[in-house]
Write a new protein. Structure first.
Length: 136
């Protein structure tokens, strides 16, 4: 069942730190992007080319820049695609801790990518935001 109420989405987000390291990769050659896309967590097509979020080892094997490894935090709530406020609450919780984030919304869950060195602090900030929403 999807959740659309803002407070319920935040209270139920239950962040999970996913194992592994991810790298954002840019590819202007659509054929190469298609070849690497099967191993990507996400593929986003833009006017300038294709962004792939690849496992670090895959990115490295294909010669992509791997100097900014990210960790993935999955929000384990089935939020409604038209729900309002979950992304804003996550961004605010991480902004308050001076942690950058990149949010990718998928059909079932939202996925937050943060710099590897900030992953544990990001988890703590998101758990705190979840607990605060449960008190509301």
């Amino acid at each position: 069942m999807t959740v659309s109420d803002t407070t319920e989405m935040i209270a139920g987000m239950t962040p999970v730190l996913v194992p592994g390291r991810w790298v954002y990769c840019a590819q202007t050659d659509p054929d190469k992007a298609a070849t690497h896309g099967a191993q990507a967590c996400a593929v986003i097509r833009e006017a300038e080319g294709v962004t792939l979020i690849l496992p670090e080892d895959v990115a490295q094997a294909h010669g992509y820049d791997t100097t900014v490894p990210m960790r993935q935090i999955t929000l384990d709530v089935f939020s409604d695609l038209q729900g309002v406020g979950l992304t804003a609450a996550v961004a605010q919780a991480l902004t308050d801790e001076n942690i950058s984030c990149n949010v990718v919304a998928a059909y079932h869950h939202d996925h937050v990518f943060v710099p590897e060195q900030d992953a544990e602090r990001a988890m703590a900030a998101l758990v705190a935001a979840q607990k605060a929403a449960k008190l509301d």
